[in-house]
Write a protein that binds this ligand. Structure first.
Ligand code: SAH
Ligand code: SF4
Ligand code: F3S
Length: 437
């Protein structure tokens, strides 16, 4: 009988895709996927280190896994992903886990699983310069069979001073363009209608062979050319690197969705400088202006950090005025969390008190909620093309799906089925959903 593997995934979409790669590797080692933790022979968490609270959650899950193991001796408990990379020794010292594997070492899972014995946990956290898992076909774990994630690169070469990713994921490397196009063709043939190309900074995608050089705009073009009814999305874009070529390529292809996730982090040029983002407020606003000039209906979302080292009330105001000026559809908003080993951790003081960070964060959230509602309201009366994802969560009598600009729409079921495109007219909205007919 096949052994069963259960994996919980935390963190970003890249981790979601990594879990799919891990399942594929485990299949080769005689495991099959289960969604029931209680039935598993192998229980793993694919972890995230981006903020302290992300890690705290995982420590809690490790306790739960260990309780399970005390009831079921022989159960293997593994920690993989960014936190495995960052806390390798600590995870092993506590003797609580059997397996610690970093993001570039998943190919060694079968060997490590073989080698596990009582008292001899296994570890591989080597980072790689060239691993992209290009030849591995992920075992899709999405529920709807409509939308697939495809990683196009790994790691990150930026050193934003607050960020742990370069340390947990290693250097940036781009995946073979042909293997990306092949994977997109493959999911399209399996019935998927949307692919999302993933990387920490997709705009710096660059793949070279002896005969060709492919940048991100070229790659978008190739994936868009697969089929007119295959939607193409991507994340994340970096303000310093998003080029006019990428913007014009998006505009030129109706099936490249008009949505850009463009994390700003702060509206203060002084903060952006010490965050080492390599752009300033003016540059960011210019990129937004360009995007809107070329694609007036393009959806724009962002990430914001409140209370980074030395942030003054004036810096915070600059963030609020930038958010007011741009009017994002949606934002991920965070209080700054000091991460061991980062440049900020080593050379700056985490000097905004927790209370003040949260006060600023709440102000940011309040402003964004108001802006989201404005942005969604502005859609009322418009006709949008939606890719039907399935029944709406709130009301199963309704269907839901995203518009090109990434806004979620709900509409009456009528005769439309999952995976088809339909035109809807926006009648009403909340700050996160368009209510359509
Ligand atoms: N590569 C992407 C973002 C990756 S991490 C980019 O460069 O934009 C996702 C988001 O987490 C970041 O955009 C940032 O807003 C947030 N983040 C990263 N490190 C953080 C920290 N130490 N504290 C709080 N938020 C952080
Ligand atoms: Fe982190 Fe900056 Fe890289 Fe994004 S670009 S992953 S924020 S270092
Ligand atoms: Fe978290 Fe690692 Fe992604 S730290 S956000 S899982 S790259």
């Amino acid at each position: 009988m096949k052994k069963k593997a259960y994996i919980e995934t935390y963190g970003c979409q890249m981790n979601v895709n990594d879990t799919e790669v891990i399942f594929s590797i485990l299949e080769g080692a005689g495991y099959e996927r289960t969604e029931e933790m209680d039935q598993a022979d192998l229980v793993m968490a694919n972890t995230c280190s981006i903020r302290d609270n992300a890690e705290q959650r995982i420590w809690g899950r490790i306790e739960v896994f260990n309780q399970l193991r005390s009831r079921r001796p022989g159960l293997v408990v593994g920690i993989v992903g960014c936190m495995a990379e960052r806390l390798k020794d600590k995870l092993l010292d506590t003797r609580k886990v059997d397996l610690v594997v970093g993001p570039d070492a998943y190919r060694s899972l079968p060997r490590l699983l073989e080698a596990i014995a009582p008292g001899s946990p296994q570890i591989d956290v080597l980072l790689s310069r060239d691993e992209t898992y290009a030849d591995i076909t992920p075992v899709r774990t999405d529920k709807n069979g409509i939308s697939a994630f495809i990683s196009i690169m790994r790691g990150c070469n930026n050193v934003c001073s607050y960020c742990v990713v370069p340390y947990t994921r290693g250097a940036e490397r781009s995946r073979d363009a042909h293997s990306i196009v092949r994977e997109a063709c493959d999911v399209y043939q399996k019935g998927y209608k949307e692919v999302t190309l993933l990387g920490q900074n997709v705009d710096s995608y660059l793949w070279k062979s002896e005969t060709e050089t492919v940048n991100f705009a070229n790659l978008l073009e190739r994936v868009a050319a697969i089929a007119p009814d295959l939607r193409v999305r991507f994340a994340t874009s970096h303000p310093k690197d998003i080029s006019d070529e990428v913007i014009y390529t998006m505009a030129a292809h109706p099936n490249i969705c008009k949505h850009i996730h463009l994390p700003v982090q702060s509206g203060s040029s002084r903060m952006l400088d010490i965050m080492r983002r390599k752009y300033d407020r003016e540059w960011y606003l210019e990129r937004v202006a360009k995007i809107r000039e070329v694609m007036p209906d393009c959806g724009l979302t962002t990430d914001v950090i409140a209370g980074f080292c030395s942030e003054t009330p004036q810096d915070h105001q600059d963030t609020l005025t930038l958010m007011e000026a741009v009017g994002f559809d949606w934002a991920f908003m965070f209080a700054y969390s000091d991460r061991p080993g980062t440049l900020a951790n080593r050379t700056m003081k985490d000097d905004v008190p927790a209370e003040e960070k949260n006060r600023r964060l709440n102000e940011i959230i309040e402003l964004q909620n108001r802006k989201s509602l404005e942005r969604y309201r502005a859609q009322i009366g418009r006709t949008l093309e939606v890719l039907v994802e399935g029944p709406s969560k709130r009301d199963p009598a309704m269907l839901c799906g995203r518009a090109s600009n990434n806004m979620m729409c709900v509409f009456p079921a009528a005769s439309r089925s999952k995976g088809s495109y339909t035109q809807v007219v926006v009648k009403d909205c909340t700050s996160a959903t368009l209510i359509c007919e």
